[in-house]
Design a protein around this ligand. Structure first.
Ligand SMILES: [Zn+2]
Length: 424
């Protein structure tokens, strides 16, 4: 059985650091098992020796051993930030302190059922302060399994300012057995506040090479090598996206529709049509991904609220119920918006890959194309547009992504992009 780090593709340095840290954490537990609660040294003080923690104190952590209370995993989407955080959480709960993949600590963490590991996966556009306060409170309790309380916050860049402040307080004075694992695209102040960053150790992940992604698709998912290679290249280092492309015919169809866009841009009308098609495809994809869970959640809440109840107190209960249903609808709407943005962004990344291929071909750069299946089309574009025209088109796609990120209405940004792609 492979250990918990096996799925972390092409990240040898990060894995080595996490293994060291897990070993150090296990040593802290062993030393502290005597009777004294172990004291970790906060990351902000890493490199300095806290006063009075000479080498005589049992259970105290020497910062050079690599364990600390708060970590940030950074890297481009699909590089495996949350995979790394989960694997590290498992290694911390591992009976052997290695992330063996076989013991109950590893198993329950990887399966999402470990009572001392909480994964926060924001579904909407932001993580609010209420959610964060509740989390911090629970994280302060003694770990029931006797090891660590681990809180994994995926997309920590979506913390609201107030939520960030609540988290910061917990990271500044961490309970002795609590570990926070944050995931964010980068340590840029737009993604994570400077004060939180200063309290965390950063584990940078890189975009894994296509060969490494293909290898894991073959080994773990049993995908045929030629399909794995194509999917890994087309997904541009995004492991989850590569797996979806290799396995899901719908995902392949959507990608093909996106890559047909450059061919379809024959005039102004066609450009607006292409914009509508792209937006509607993203909406349909998002709708498909959230509608099932929306219905399940609503049914569960209605059951919990005892919908249809009569008798004394029912009227008051119904008023409370209406509030809760409204709250749920708000959350679902936020999640749907997020799903639409994500779907649209995936399409734009595919499109950017196409124009990038045209650019590298126009420059005769010795690099492999992103989309091998549209390489001929990109080659024709390269001849027609030359390097400059290809670059302008690539920039138009990137500008569209930036505009949407800056909250320009997606339809307007996409229409502007399509016109720019058509005009060159
Ligand atoms: Zn284990």
């Amino acid at each position: 059985m492979p250990d918990v780090f096996a799925d972390l593709v092409g990240q040898d340095e990060a894995v080595a650091e996490l293994r060291r840290a897990a070993g150090a954490a296990a040593a802290v537990l062993r030393a502290g098992a005597a009777d004294r609660a172990p004291a970790l040294i906060a990351a902000g003080a890493a490199g300095e020796t806290a006063p009075g923690t000479g080498d005589t104190e049992p259970g105290a952590l020497d910062p050079s051993t690599g364990m600390t209370h708060a970590w940030i995993f950074t890297g481009p989407p699909g590089s495996g930030r949350s995979v790394a955080a989960r694997a590290f959480a498992a290694a911390l709960q591992c009976t052997y302190g290695t992330g063996c993949g076989e013991c109950p600590g590893c198993h329950t963490t990887m399966g999402g059922t470990n009572a001392d590991v909480r994964m926060v996966v924001p579904e909407g556009l932001s993580i609010g302060v209420g959610e964060m306060r509740a989390l911090v409170l629970r994280a302060a309790s003694t770990p029931s399994g006797g090891r660590w309380q681990v809180v994994v916050i995926e997309d920590a860049d979506r913390l609201t300012e107030a939520a960030g402040n609540a988290l910061l307080k917990a990271i500044e004075e961490p309970p002795p057995r609590t570990v926070f694992l944050l995931c964010a695209p980068s340590t840029h102040p737009d993604d994570i506040s400077v004060t939180i960053r200063s309290r965390c150790r950063v584990v940078p992940l890189r975009q894994p090479p296509a060969a490494a992604v293909a290898e894991v698709l073959v080994r773990r998912d049993g995908i045929a090598p030629d399909v794995a290679q194509w999917a890994a290249a087309a997904a541009q280092g995004h492991v989850g996206r590569a797996r979806r492309l290799a396995r899901d015919p719908e995902a392949r169809k959507r990608r093909e529709a996106v890559l047909a866009v450059p061919r379809r841009l024959t005039g102004v009308g066609a450009a607006f049509d292409a914009a509508s098609a792209l937006i509607e495809a993203a909406e349909a994809e998002a709708e498909a991904s959230v509608s099932e869970s929306d219905a399940t959640e609503r049914a569960a809440l209605e059951t919990a609220l005892g919908a249809g109840g009569t008798g004394r107190g029912a009227a008051g209960a119904m008023r409370g119920a209406a509030g809760q249903l409204k709250e749920l609808e708000k959350r679902q709407k936020s999640r749907a918006t997020r799903a639409q943005r994500d779907a649209l962004d995936r399409a734009l990344v595919d499109l950017a890959g196409f124009y990038r291929d045209a650019l590298t071909m126009a420059l005769r750069a010795p690099v492999d194309p992103v989309h091998t299946d549209t390489a001929a089309l990109a080659g024709a574009g390269a001849q027609k547009w030359d390097a400059e025209g290809s670059l302008r088109r690539l920039e138009a796609v990137l500008a569209c992504r930036a505009a949407i990120e800056a909250n320009v209405k997606p339809r307007i940004a996409v229409e502007a992009m399509m016109l720019a792609l058509w005009k060159g």
